[in-house]
Design a protein around this ligand. Sequence first.
Ligand SMILES: Cc1cc2nc3c(=O)[nH]c(=O)nc-3n(C[C@H](O)[C@H](O)[C@H](O)COP(=O)(O)OP(=O)(O)OC[C@H]3O[C@@H](n4cnc5c(N)ncnc54)[C@H](O)[C@@H]3O)c2cc1C
Ligand SMILES: NC(=O)c1ccc[n+]([C@@H]2O[C@H](COP(=O)([O-])OP(=O)(O)OC[C@H]3O[C@@H](n4cnc5c(N)ncnc54)[C@H](OP(=O)(O)O)[C@@H]3O)[C@@H](O)[C@H]2O)c1
Length: 390
Amino acid sequence: MPAQNDASPYSKTNPYLARISENRLLNAEGSAKETRHFVVDIEGSGLSYTVGDSLGVFATNRIEEVEELLQVIGATGDELVSPKMLKLEQPITLREAWTSRLALAGPTPMLLKTLITKATAAEEKAKLESLVAPENKDALKPWLEQRHYIDILTEFPSAKLSPQELVDLQRKLMPRLYSIASSPKVSPQGVHLTVAIVRYETLGKERVGVASSFMADRVTVNETPVPVFVSNSHFGLPEDHADKDIIMVGPGTGIAPFRAFVQEREGNSAGGRNWVFFGDQHEATDYLYGDEWKNYVAQGDVHKLDLAWSRDQAEKVYVQDKMRENGAELWSWLQGGAIFYVCGDAKRMAKDVDQALHDIAAEHGGMSAEEAAAYVKQLKKDKRYQRDVY
Ligand SMILES: Cc1cc2nc3c(=O)[nH]c(=O)nc-3n(C[C@H](O)[C@H](O)[C@H](O)COP(=O)(O)OP(=O)(O)OC[C@H]3O[C@@H](n4cnc5c(N)ncnc54)[C@H](O)[C@@H]3O)c2cc1C
Ligand SMILES: NC(=O)c1ccc[n+]([C@@H]2O[C@H](COP(=O)([O-])OP(=O)(O)OC[C@H]3O[C@@H](n4cnc5c(N)ncnc54)[C@H](OP(=O)(O)O)[C@@H]3O)[C@@H](O)[C@H]2O)c1
């Protein structure tokens, strides 16, 4: 059942200004990853949550990028603007718009088309026209994806836009969702998150993800206000879960909701078993919450734990390989009524896990491909196959 936040005045449109009380690196030294454990303090907010819910976080952009943008268009930041997208009653300063209300990434073709009308240098106009030409349609998307507003405005200096013209072309800065990694039974006032910090390089520039770097770098623990809301989800445990077996597949940050599920079911005397599939690059550095999982297994709260370390050997080993290895047993859990959960990367992992599930039904259930597809479809319909993928 989704948590009811009727007791709280806070919501997506009126977020609670929480503090982050803990920011801890989960990877060991030498890891290629930066995955952090955050605790968001919601005490006094009246907010409540249920396992399976996500926390919405409104972040701010990097101040350095805002300053660079102001400089490139020759603005002070005090100019008043009313970005079309935001439908404001009162104008706000350009600095506020760029700090907390508008995305500085994700420029659109409309920006380029507008710049064509403004460019005074012939070579800039020609380049802009070529970028949006119908024959270059396929190349435009990756070209835009590699660039933020600052890159494009710097590349076409003769095309001047006023602050208002510019903000009217920008998209809203959207809140980011994070799967909650704690159970309210264990931590009612502290919402735990497991966040992969996005850092990468394009065009020789270091880039960061807005919200993950905000929490990692720009928030001071117990000080900086972080606007948050609880997003209820259809992903979660059914009310009568105690006597049901559950299978949880969550590599990388996909492990977050399953830490919450196991906390919720810890010490369960009704008999429902927990099977966790986790994976990441290296066991020595990327075993997220490794000590907790070892304890859960020792206590009998996790009945089966299968681990896939993708880069500890020459051949990649992924969670779906572990599923296949355990295909007969997985099939018997499903036949016994187990619920199958997947969380994490949508683009690659969740597709491959879905294929593995089909293959296991075909092989161990003696089904044709069509029958396996119908079986998996029915699992979904019965809410026995649930996904939280991103
Ligand atoms: C229901 C749900 C639950 C989620 N739960 C979690 C969770 O528990 N933990 C978690 O970490 N995330 C989770 N996410 C994802 C999270 O919401 C954010 O999308 C993620 O943290 C990135 O946000 P950001 O603001 O840091 O990055 P953004 O500012 O959104 O930047 C990300 C963008 O940067 C670009 N980019 C990233 N890497 C590269 C690269 N190598 N090369 C070129 N471009 C690149 C891509 O355009 C990408 O879309 C969840 C998402 C949903 C919808
Ligand atoms: N750009 C993309 O396509 C993409 C995909 C996934 C995640 N991400 C981003 O990367 C960041 C880190 O994510 P994360 O820490 O949650 O973990 P992750 O990148 O999803 O990796 C977790 C584990 O899953 C493995 N993996 C890779 N492809 C897989 C597949 N097809 N099937 C099963 N497992 C697979 C990874 O192995 P290897 O790394 O050794 O391959 C790693 O061992 C996040 O910001 C996420 O959004 C981006």
